[in-house]
Ligand binder design. Sequence first.
Ligand SMILES: Nc1ncnc2c1ncn2[C@@H]1O[C@H](COP(=O)(O)OP(=O)(O)OP(=O)(O)O)[C@@H](O)[C@H]1O
Length: 239
Amino acid sequence: MASIVQFENVGLRYGTGAETLSDVSFTLNTGSFYFLTGPSGAGKTSLLKLLYLSQRPSRGLIRLFGEDAVTMPRARLPALRRRIGVVFQDFRLVPHLSAYDNVALPLRIGGYEEREIETPVNEMLAWVGLKDRASARPATLSGGEQQRVAIARAVIGRPEILVADEPTGNVDPDMAARLLHLFDGLNKLGTTIVVATHDIHLLSRIPHANMMRIDRGRLSDPTGALRYPPRRSEMGGSE
Ligand SMILES: Nc1ncnc2c1ncn2[C@@H]1O[C@H](COP(=O)(O)OP(=O)(O)OP(=O)(O)O)[C@@H](O)[C@H]1O
């Protein structure tokens, strides 16, 4: 199976303190589903930030879509970022836009015509249970409703990679199951999914998911699924 993301001996240090991430090495296979777990403060969000290119590592190699994301000129980063859907832990909805317009944003940026946008946006809002809240601004939505808008916005453009940071932290168990089902559907269409979560109940809902666990900035690899470098058989050769 081809790899879509490779980290090799990645370290991240904020300022002059100790490293927040150390010697992080893993490979994500195209089209696979990954859960990232670990205690609060372990470095999950930091690792995801490196993955969606909002943070550069202090050391190590990161390859994304086959390209070296560390030495790449900054001007190239936005094009790469557009291939990644992100559900931020703090949602980051555009405050002056309605739920509908927040969800439509990636399609508008992608150059789609309004007539091509309306049906998928309405369908996506209905899927996350917000059909009746399409015209509401984020400030008038509950935390769980904002989270669902953020998820709809992240998945609407069918990104190649979906990165979600605690995407079910503000919703009830039924909605969490529904949202995970949405991620699973997207995964079946080929999107590589990475979900950071504290919620161990989510893990059993995607039996084919790979587990990544991070503790005090170091990745442990309980399943052996994240070897770096990948086996030759995973790169199309034989062992
Ligand atoms: N911008 C920053 N500047 C300095 N330190 C930071 C910054 N962002 C995160 N940290 C520190 O890095 C460590 C890891 O934080 P991170 O948010 O990645 O953990 P996490 O596993 O996502 O935690 P949680 O589950 O609570 O969201 C923490 O000690 C945090 O204080």
